[in-house]
Design a protein around this ligand. Structure first.
Ligand code: ADP
Length: 256
C-alpha cells in the first residue's frame, strides 16, 4: 500500500509538472511559429532559404504536437466532482485503510446520521483520506487510535472558511504532533521529515490541492507530543441540507 501511495503521489506531481511545462512550451512554440510565418513573407525568393524556413516550421510544429500530447496527459488528472456521502466513502475504504496502516493502529469512525453530502472527486478524496491516514499512522510508531470523522460547519468555523456551507472530513491522531516550524512547512511540496525512500513530501500538498480545487479548505492543527488533526473542509452538495432545513411534507399554514 505504501508503494501504491508513493506511486500515486509521483504521478500526481508529474502530471502537475507536465501540465505546467507543456503549457509554457505550447505558448512559446506558437510565438515561434507566428514569427516564422511573418519571416516567410519578407524572405527573398530563394529556394535554399525557403527550405531552411520549412525545416524550422516543421520542427516547431512537431514540438507543438508533442506539447499537445503532454497537455492531454496532464488533463487526465482533472477533477470530476460529484455528490459524495462521506460516511459511505469512508465505510467503503475501511478494509483498505486498516490494511494500509497495519495492526498496531486502530481506526475509529464518527459520522452523524444525516450528515449532508459534499461535492468532491470521489476517487481523489479517497486518495486524500489514505494520505492523511498513513500520515497519522506514521506519527504513532507505538500504536494508537486514528479517529476519522465528519461534521457540518458550525458558526465558530465560519472564521476560517469562505462564504458558503461546508462539511468537514477530519483525521485525528494522538501521535508525536508537529513543532511550529514543521507545521508551517508541512504543506510545501517535497517537504518531508521521514527521510529518503520513506517520504515524498507530496501527500499534504495533494490533499491541500484537492481541497482548494474543490473550493474548500485544508487545515492542520497540531501540538508536539499531543497529536495532529487534519481537516478537509468540502462544500456541501446542492440540495443536501440537514433534516431541520429540508422542506417539511406539510406546508406551514399561510396567513391569508
Ligand atoms: P510525507 O508523508 O511523504 O513526509 P506529507 O506531505 O504527507 O509527506 O507530510 C509532510 C510532513 O508533515 C511529514 O514528513 C511530517 O513531518 C508532517 N506530518 C504530516 N502529517 C503528520 C501527522 N499526522 N503527525 C505529525 N506530523 C505530520
Amino acid at each position: 500500500a505504501r508503494e501504491a501511495l508513493v506511486q500515486a503521489q509521483k504521478m500526481e506531481a508529474v502530471g502537475q509538472l507536465t501540465g505546467g511545462v507543456a503549457h509554457d512550451f505550447n505558448n512559446l512554440l506558437m510565438a515561434v511559429l507566428g514569427s516564422l510565418e511573418l519571416l516567410r513573407k519578407r524572405l527573398p525568393d530563394d529556394p535554399k532559404l525557403t527550405r531552411l524556413l520549412d525545416n524550422a516550421v516543421q520542427g516547431a510544429q512537431r514540438g507543438a504536437v508533442l506539447t499537445q500530447r503532454m497537455l492531454a496527459f496532464a488533463r487526465r488528472q482533472e477533477l470530476k466532482p460529484e455528490t459524495v456521502d462521506l460516511s459511505d466513502l469512508v465505510r467503503g475504504m475501511a478494509d483498505l485503510l486498516q490494511r494500509s496502516i497495519g495492526p498496531l493502529v486502530r481506526i475509529e469512525t464518527r459520522f452523524p446520521l444525516g450528515l449532508p453530502r459534499v461535492m468532491v472527486d470521489a476517487h481523489q478524496c479517497e486518495l486524500a483520506l489514505l494520505n492523511l491516514t498513513v500520515n497519522a499512522r506514521d506519527a504513532m510508531p507505538e500504536g494508537g487510535t486514528i479517529t476519522i470523522s465528519g461534521r457540518e460547519a458550525a458558526e465558530t468555523d465560519a472564521t476560517v472558511l469562505p462564504e458558503g456551507r461546508y462539511v468537514c472530513l477530519s483525521v485525528a491522531d494522538t501521535g508525536m504532533g508537529m513543532d511550529a516550524e514543521t507545521l508551517a512547512r508541512a504543506q510545501e511540496p517535497f517537504f518531508t521529515t521521514k527521510g529518503a525512500g520513506k517520504g515524498t513530501g507530496l501527500g499534504l500538498p495533494m490533499v491541500q490541492g484537492l481541497a482548494a480545487q474543490s473550493r474548500g479548505r485544508f487545515l492542520l492543527r497540531s501540538r508536539p507530543g499531543e497529536g495532529t488533526t487534519a481537516e478537509m473542509w468540502l462544500p456541501m452538495a446542492e440540495g443536501s441540507a440537514t433534516r431541520e432545513e429540508a422542506p417539511s411534507a406539510v406546508p406551514p399554514p399561510r396567513a391569508p
